[in-house]
Design a protein around this ligand. Sequence first.
Ligand code: IMP
Ligand code: MG
Length: 184
Amino acid sequence: MNDNQTLPAEIERVLYTEEQVEQRIREVAAEISEKYRGRDLKLIGVLKGSVFFLTVLARAISIPVKIDFLSISSFSAKTTAPGLVRIAKDLDESIEGEDVLLVEDIVDTGFTARYLLQTLAARGPNSLALCTLLDRTSRRIVQVPVEFRCFEIPDRFVIGFGLDYLQLHRNLGCVAVMKLERNA
Ligand code: IMP
Ligand code: MG
């Protein structure tokens, strides 16, 4: 927990403190550095949630990395098109021939990650893998290969470290469970 922050009233409990999250990210960054040693790695962040994770991860990786971002629009299961995802802002540069790591804040149903992996794979990268801060496998609907994962979390809505509730709380240093029941 950042000393300048007080916990919002909407929080039921802290799942991982800022220190725990950063420690775990350093471990995963070491695995990534080892796996891609000798190669140039491109990290692709999914705006906006993964920005917080990506910057901490990138700084803990010991090999040179490039960074690019995309953003998506997705439609919740409440709409008539559950699982429909499209790219709202595309990458700035080509990924052809590159070693690409897609960096996500959370993989939940898997729809977003599956769509992005399929879309990026079609662009001819040398390799493509998925790294996520949080993984909630209990809610998975479509299977996606998660190569690097920091934490497996319970089936509760979480905020902080980039994750939002109605765009708020991304700046919370810890990852916390919300008091409200899921309505996303
Ligand atoms: P998926 O397509 O169901 O895997 O959804 C992934 C996206 O849903 C994430 O990138 C988040 O934007 C959002 N999401 C899923 N669960 C949570 C949560 O617990 N807190 C905040 N956002 C979430
Ligand atoms: Mg997201």
